[in-house]
Design a protein around this ligand. Structure first.
Ligand code: C2O
Length: 536
């Protein structure tokens, strides 16, 4: 293993998309930002220099950060932000992880443009558990607003209503044909007949789950969230914000151009956005005049296409890559996730109320001092370690709206002793409307042992849990009007954020954090903070 150095200059850059320009927050002037390359067990030193007027922090999404929560990145959770003119070097080791992850800003809505891929290769000499691809390509999906995204969310918070949806989706920073702007040539993937391509697909969009598809070709899915899966073939993958999916694409045609689409998946009654981003797979030797073979993306509400993909995911669970699912449980948790309405006298557009979101009816309030240092240095009054194990009352979660839609507010954490095993039921609610929620847990991978529609039934549903080869990941889609059950072992001490990766829901408060205590043994406690750790 080795130490790799990167430098991230956070700078403004004028960027033109959809035939209109805006000053944009970027890393090193690039959109999307640079890809980080490393190998399993390498150490990364990434020096972030803030040259913009905003506070900044960067999260390394899916990196476990074993004992190094100081480098995790969510502002006011593990660190105070890097203020304008300041520098912070993120220092962490990629312990036992290989695959595709990604990085993004973790403050305000800056991740709209501040993101990039992380490619972690296996250790030197260790092969993939699937046939070696001839080439590897990173495909990062995103969303673009013509206007300033900080204004978009601030306006929404003022009114109490939902923010404007984006103007286009993006494939590697390009919308393609979607908006008919001649300068927006779509991303072109050049291929040769007979060769195999490993596509490392990341969904960096703020608020959209996406279908991803290539006309006339099948994918072989081999990995999600940097964990190998049992390979399977499928023509459309679905990928939620925060998730990553590696697929093999064999260039089985002799020539031609084939359309690639990234289109929204939204099976909720509040669906609004329907822009499809396009790219092309382009065979070498194809005449430029030859037509593009088109494909129709699935309709926005194609739930069966999504579940067909999700239900096919299984851990590889080989001797070398076993699925270490906890089989005894110390903490049984049941969290409802959903929306609510709180009074807001100043919200004119919202008729005196504002949309909020919550977990177990708690709308999380961001502290002024970051939680990890508050915990480490015993600073009192920043949080309370009393996050509820269950919702405050039982109701028909997935049914229609309940009468009292108001939530409580608080900075409440759930405390776990080192090495405790956790089973967490995530239940979507129909308060306001049911919706898919991609829930991301920092500092951990977890196993998805069950999923279903309607209300979770604690008597019946556990009989159908998969404890043998459940998929292991860091971001899980809770189905609209349904539930998932995850399990993990709390073997990484620190303060770990858990939130919906639809940025608008995070902003509204669909978030909480786990406080995992130090263990008593060697290498079971948080390392001390680095010298340049930002102060609030
Ligand atoms: Cu990728 Cu807390 O997020």
């Amino acid at each position: 293993s080795m130490v790799r150095h990167y430098k991230f200059n956070v700078v403004m850059k004028n960027i033109t998309r959809l035939c209109s320009s805006k000053p944009t927050v970027t890393v090193n002037g690039r959109y999307p930002g640079p890809t980080i390359y490393a190998r399993e067990d390498d150490t990364l030193l990434i020096k972030v220099v803030n040259h913009v007027k905003y506070n900044v922090s960067i999260h390394w999404h899916g990196v476990r950060q074993v004992r190094t929560g100081w480098a995790d990145g969510p502002a006011y959770i593990t660190q105070c932000p890097i203020q304008p003119g300041q520098v912070y070097t993120y220092n962490y080791t990629l312990t036992g992880q290989r695959g595709t992850l990604w990085w993004h800003a973790h403050i305000l809505w800056l991740r709209a443009t501040v993101y990039g891929a992380i490619v972690i290769l296996p250790k030197r000499g260790v092969p993939y558990p699937f046939p070696k691809p001839d080439h590897e390509k990173v495909i990062v999906l995103g969303e673009w607003w013509k206007s300033d995204t900080e204004n978009v969310i601030n306006e929404a918070l003022k009114s109490g209503l939902a923010p404007n949806v984006s103007d286009a989706h993006m494939i590697n920073g390009r919308p393609g044909l979607a908006k008919n702007c001649p300068s927006d040539q779509g991303y072109k993937l050049s291929v040769k007949n007979g060769k195999t391509y490993l596509l490392r697909v990341v969904n960096a969009a703020l608020n959209e789950e996406l279908f991803f598809k290539v006309a006339g070709h099948l994918f072989t899915v081999v990995e999600v969230d940097a964990v190998y899966v049992k390979p399977f073939k499928i023509d459309t993958i679905v990928i939620a914000p925060g998730q990553t999916t590696n697929v093999l694409l064999t260039a089985s045609k002799s020539t031609g151009k084939y359309l690639v689409t990234a289109s929204p998946f939204m099976d909720s009654p509040i669906a609004v956005d329907n822009v499809t981003a396009t790219a092309t797979v382009h065979y070498s030797g194809t005449l430029s005049s030859s037509p593009t073979i088109l494909t129709l993306p699935p309709p926005q509400n194609a739930t069966s296409v999504a579940t067909n993909f999700t239900n096919s995911l299984r851990s590889l669970n080989s001797k070398k890559y076993p699925a270490l699912v906890p089989t005894t449980i110390d903490h049984h948790l049941f969290f409802t996730v959903g929306l609510g309405l709180n009074p807001c006298p100043t919200c004119k557009a919202g008729n005196g109320s504002r949309v909020v979101a919550s977990i177990n009816n708690v709308t999380f309030v961001m502290p002024k001092i970051a939680l990890l240092p508050a915990h480490y240095f015993n600073i009192s009054g920043v949080f309370t370690p009393d996050f509820p194990k269950n919702p405050p009352h039982v109701f028909n979660y997935s049914g229609g709206s309940v009468t009292n839609m108001a939530t409580e507010t608080g900075t409440r954490l759930y405390k776990l002793p080192y090495n405790a095993t956790v089973q967490l039921v995530l239940q979507d609610t129909g308060v306001i409307a049911p919706e898919n929620h991609p829930i991301h847990l920092h500092g951990y991978n977890f196993f998805e042992v069950g999923r279903g529609l309607g209300n979770f039934n604690p008597k019946k549903d556990p009989n159908n849990f998969n404890l043998v080869d459940p998929v292991e990941r860091n971001t899980i889609g809770v189905p609209s009007g349904g539930w998932v059950v995850i399990r993990f072992r709390a073997d990484n001490p620190g303060v770990w954020f858990m939130h919906c990766h639809l940025e608008v829901h995070t902003t509204w408060g669909l978030k909480m954090a786990f406080l995992v205590e130090n263990g008593k043994g060697p290498n079971q406690s948080i390392l001390p903070p680095p010298k340049d750790f930002p102060k609030c």
